[in-house]
Write a protein that binds this ligand. Sequence first.
Ligand code: UDP
Ligand code: MG
Length: 325
Amino acid sequence: MKAPILYISIPCYNEEEALAKTIDHLLVVMNNLINSELISKESRLLFIDDGSKDRTWEVIKSKHQRERMVLGLKLSINSGHQKALLSGLMFSRKFADCVISMDADLQDDIWVVKDFVVKYLEGFEVVYGVRKSRDKDTWFKRVSAESFYKLMLKLGVPVIFNHADYRLLSSRVLNHLNEFKETNLFLRGIIPLIGFRSCTIEYDRKERIAGESKYPLKKMLAFAWDGITSFSNKPIRLVTTVGFISLGISAAVGLYALFSKLADHTVSGWTSIMISLWFIGSIQLLALGVIGEYISKIYSEVKRRPLYIVEEYLTESTEFKLDIE
Ligand code: UDP
Ligand code: MG
């Protein structure tokens, strides 16, 4: 089998402090793999400058002039990690057999790249990097990240526990990823939906080599909220359920209020206020839930996700394949 062309796609936002070192380290990894004939000489490192305000693009440019293995894409504005990552993946899929995505700060162990490639050669088309330990992360990051994964799994989103965006994808999987046209992109939820043979590899999460995290609390919460609302309609179901429960309570309160009235325990007007308050409240909650259900249906329609993905064909006619793809 011919050695595959590997692209490593790295989104960078204000990473001037870390980038030069990251590029040098990755060049060593790539040259090692090329020398041991695990990957082709046409393999490349692709850096995506996500509208940085510092010298990130200059660093990429000057490395590109000296090293043909280093390529760059510059986005016109800061589009956010997920979109920057997608631009790199969509560019790479045209040239590569498989693409690895990773961060620019070397927090993810780069020596695992070799294991990713070995798994790809064994026939896996999706290889997830899973963080074995997070002792180098702050206490807050660790607790918030773990609760996030647990919540996502509870809500029925098919995320891989403790896997961020360090992964290998085959070009075939990337071509299918291209069919997901939604704007609120949450790759960690979409990749498991694409399917194909996958496996996980564990590694230790390290400290950032330089610079600061580009994910302050506000961005982290927005990211988590995006993930939940793009993949789960359970929050809306919750409104409907609470509406039903409240209707039940409303009936009980109504009976109690009527009995109290009959037993002459009440101030005048209390019974009618209690009954109408509970009843109207529950009906409103229920109506909101029902409207929410329809909105969530509309939402899933406008996302225009592919309805199915064919993994293999056992057919004689190639025309049939072309027809349905
Ligand atoms: N990043 C990006 N655009 C952004 C924010 C971050 O391309 O708007 C990149 C960043 O340069 C890094 C990766 O996304 O390569 C992950 O960010 P970071 O390491 O700061 O996140 P953390 O590891 O702290 O969660
Ligand atoms: Mg990081």
